[in-house]
Ligand binder design. Structure first.
Ligand code: PMP
Length: 461
């Protein structure tokens, strides 16, 4: 049987990965017996099997074969200070002897909340949840409660977590006729979800206005990731976020920013960076210092409804066993204290260095790829065309999915831990050294894969 040069390289990449990660192969086989797919979170697995990480330190992770990787995943942007940050760990150790959840309001919650309210311009008051999913769920519920309407607009490609309303058009309508058609993603999500969620392409204010006109009487709000953080790192076009603010005001709906990822863009999130104020904000990830967390907040007029009084017809209920638990609060306070302007400038500067490095690699190798960056996070995208929404991104990726998989595996072979969707995230312990090593490894990887690219994805050349 003849093997093409492309196939030969693909086989080599996988063979070297298997040779390097033999313990992971065994652990994966064991895990598969008791967890479907051998994992409990789709985003962390890939074929032939994922590397099992044993520990992390600073911006490095180590697998069970003792391989070292520079960690550009950072638990999907939540580990802003890397692994085992000494200040966060010291704070946690001290807190462990005082209790983990006291089932009362606590001083730590007040301290954490003051930090959030001081930093996020549009937020006067906050409530805590245990995940970003719950934070966006509560943000949407708040909009519905305030407006007494059920419908929301969401953007294609925006990821807001795993609740039903969020599982609509993360993957876009691939053949839209006019406005995209809304669909639920996956079994088990009621079709009735679509009665209350309509979708627009990101960066398309005309589409938003069309929906606002069409459903004006039913719409409570618009939920928006200020950039498509989980899908290509597609930034907002100049004026897009401001345009959303104006449209929300003009049509009397609430604007929700999901800043679960974008909070790291400045000391007060993308809203501070772009000077656009939403009505309701959801946050998570880094505000928990590496521990589970979410929070949602808004102006006092909206949040006062959570001061629950069953006699108040405007009141909104909110509860949760682990909300504001002492460990997440402690770690979050320590994390945010270190996440000051200097830290923001440091990671954003390294983000630029990484993106510039990747751009240089693609130019040198004559590859039609691009690094799209927003601050300290970026994505390698397999096209040189401008990307402004999820459909454009998916269409560029479809012919390159196997290449994307090989790039990811080959980077693991060369000691770089990136997200399988070709995402790279900077953490504060990184220096120019780690960034430059990553650029070099990306260059080596693409140079090595050139015969594969010539054979399988020649449109990239
Ligand atoms: N919103 C955004 C923008 C996110 O990136 C995520 C998680 N990747 C979520 C919400 C959901 O957060 P969690 O995974 O903590 O539920």
């Amino acid at each position: 049987m003849s093997t093409t040069p492309g196939q030969k390289i693909a086989d080599e990449v996988i063979a070297r990965y298997r040779a390097k990660t033999q313990q992971s192969a065994k652990l994966h086989a064991e895990a598969k017996k008791i967890m479907p797919g051998g994992e409990t979170r789709e985003v962390v697995t890939y074929k032939p099997y994922p590397a099992f990480m044993e520990r992390g330190k600073g911006c490095y992770v180590f697998d069970y074969d003792g391989n070292e990787y520079i960690d550009f995943v950072g638990n999907y942007t939540s580990l802003i200070h890397g692994h085992c940050d000494p200040d966060i760990n010291a704070a946690i150790r001290a807190q462990l002897d005082k209790g983990t959840a006291l089932a009362s309001p606590t001083v730590l919650q007040v301290e954490h909340a003051k930090i959030l309210c001081n930093r996020i311009p549009s937020v006067d008051m906050v409530r805590y949840t245990n995940s970003g999913t719950e934070a966006t769920l509560m943000a949407i519920r708040t909009a519905r409660a305030v407006k007494r309407k059920d419908m929301i607009i969401k953007f294609e490609g925006a990821y807001h977590g795993t609740q039903d309303d969020a599982k609509v058009n993360v993957v876009p309508d691939l053949a839209p006729q006019g406005l995209p058609k809304a669909h639920v993603e996956g079994l088990g999500i009621p079709q009735s979800t679509l009665q209350n969620v309509v979708v627009a392409p990101f960066n398309d204010l005309d589409a938003v206005e069309t929906l606002l006109k069409q459903y004006q009487d039913k719409l409570a709000g618009i939920i928006c990731e200020p950039f498509l953080a989980s899908l290509g790192t597609i930034p907002p076009k100049p004026g897009f976020l401001q345009g959303l603010r104006s449209l929300a005001d003009r049509y009397g709906v609430l604007l929700i920013f999901d800043e679960v990822q974008s909070f790291r863009q400045s000391t007060g999130g993308m809203q501070l960076k772009e000077n656009v104020m939403p009505d309701i904000t959801a946050v998570g990830k880094l505000i928990g210092g590496g521990y589970p967390i979410g929070a949602f907040g808004a102006g006092r007029d909206i949040m006062d409804r959570f001061d629950y009084d069953p006699m108040n017809p405007d009141a909104i209920q909110h509860s949760g066993t682990f909300n504001g638990n002492e460990i997440s609060m402690t770690a979050g306070i320590a994390s945010m204290k270190k996440f000051d302007q200097k830290a923001v400038d440091h990671i954003n500067g390294l983000g630029k260095r990484l993106a510039d490095g990747f751009t240089g690699v693609f130019k040198a190798l004559g590859l039609k790829c691009q690094a799209l960056r927003v601050g300290s996070q970026l994505n390698i995208n397999f096209t040189d065309k401008e990307l402004s929404n999820a459909l454009e991104w998916v269409m560029s990726l479809i012919p390159c999915m196997e290449l994307q998989r090989l790039v990811h595996l080959e980077l693991l072979n060369r000691g770089i831990y990136s997200a399988k969707r070709s995402e790279f995230v900077i953490s504060t312990p990184m220096t120019a050294k780690e960034v430059d090593v990553c650029v070099q490894k990306v260059e080596e990887t693409f140079a090595y894969l050139l015969p594969y690219i010539q054979a399988q994805t020649p449109h990239l050349l």
